[in-house]
Design a binder for this molecule. Structure first.
Ligand code: ADP
Ligand code: MG
Length: 345
């Protein structure tokens, strides 16, 4: 007997996520009753993953569950908020219990790590698609936004953008790992695949940044394009120092081995998506607080915010001391380093 809708919800989702005292009523009624802390603003975000669009067909179910929540927690992080509650709308082609078990495991492990309760959702039949909404809170008026950057601010990014896009490329290229590459190359590709399949939402960093950053955005569609969105909201421009883009050990070893070219690595870092890192701006007056954050975690200062003199001109410009990067190929790359747009063809 295939599992019915309600038995399915009961088995896999009633106990998923973390228990919280501010959930007055969770899964099981027509709606959840939630009690936000007094004096706080509620922050609400939503993101959808469609099979074949946001993750490859046949992706491990635990990774799909993890990512469905992680992409939302990343938006919460970019707002400088504390996540608390999640809703999960699941569209499934069929009831595959092994898949559901793994999906719920991936979702729940990340939810518990961030003390997020799953308080409701919806379950329907159709092409595999997962919509998650997360709600969280910030002390009144203290959320981060895209719009606060000012000329002179330092432009920063967490982690090593480009890794997830390289990992996705490896997942989509069947022979990359089969080729008789040496062990260290295989390990580097696998490390990058992990960055795509299990991104780390920077929730703690977002909370720390709410006292430091002037503007913040999460990097989901490509670093250059997402920084451009933050600058557009802030009515500013910026110069990115290409030599300062942070690079992972895995990426460096693939470049050294000739598996990825310098130019390609740059394209991945600027235009590859799915990083779920934070890009943010910090006034120079808060440099010492930023230095302290930099001692604790991977953050790179990658440029500076400048005045937007001509609103018709590109907001982003790039500099590099490396001669090899000042050629025509780089100019072409920079023209195409805009973010992903589902409706632009
Ligand atoms: P309704 O028809 O009133 O919208 P449902 O019968 O679809 O409610 O759902 C019953 C309960 O199960 C609700 O509390 C709903 O929020 C919850 N629920 C449904 N699907 C999921 C899911 N995938 N994960 C978590 N909770 C779910
Ligand atoms: Mg109802």
């Amino acid at each position: 007997m295939p599992l019915g809708e309600f038995a399915l919800i009961d088995r896999y989702f009633r106990a998923a996520g973390a228990p919280r005292v501010d959930v007055v009523l969770g899964v099981g009624d027509d709606g959840a009753v939630l009690r936000p802390p007094p004096g706080c603003d509620l922050i609400a975000v939503s993101d959808t993953l469609v099979e074949g669009v946001h993750f490859p067909v046949g992706s491990p179910a635990a990774s799909v569950g993890h990512r469905a929540l992680a992409v939302n927690l990343s938006d919460i992080a970019a707002m400088g908020a504390t996540p608390a509650w999640a809703l999960l709308a699941l569209t499934l082609p069929q009831v595959d219990e092994a898949w559901l078990e793994e999906f719920a495991r991936g979702f729940s492990a990340l939810a518990r790590a961030h003390e997020v309760a799953l308080v409701g959702g919806d379950t329907t039949r159709g092409p595999l698609m997962i919509n998650v909404q997360v709600m969280g809170f910030v002390p009144q008026g203290q959320g981060l936004r895209r719009s606060g950057a000012r000329p002179g601010d330092l432009l920063c990014v967490s982690g090593t953008p480009g890794d997830a896009a390289a990992g996705l490329r490896c997942l989509q290229t069947t022979d990359l790992l089969d080729a008789p590459a040496d062990q260290s190359i295989r390990e580097a590709w696998r490390a990058l695949q992990q960055r795509f399949e299990y991104p780390t939402p920077r929730v703690d960093l977002g909370l720390r940044l709410s006292a430091i950053a002037s503007a913040c955005i999460d990097v989901s569609d490509g670093l250059a394009g997402d920084i451009d969105k933050m600058l557009a909201a802030s009515l500013c421009a910026a110069i990115i120092d290409l030599d300062a883009l942070p690079r992972s050990a895995a990426m460096s070893s693939l470049i050294e081995a000739g598996a990825i070219s310098e130019l390609d690595a740059l394209r991945l870092a600027l235009a590859g998506g799915d990083d779920y890192e934070l890009a943010f701006c910090v006034p120079t007056s808060r440099r010492s607080a930023l230095d302290e954050l930099m001692r604790e975690g991977a953050i790179g200062v990658i440029g500076e915010v400048v005045e937007l003199k001509d609103s018709a001109a590109p907001r982003l410009s790039f500099r590099s001391g490396r001669k090899a990067l000042t050629d025509v190929a780089l100019a072409d790359l920079l023209k195409t380093a805009v973010g992903f747009d589902h409706f632009a063809v």
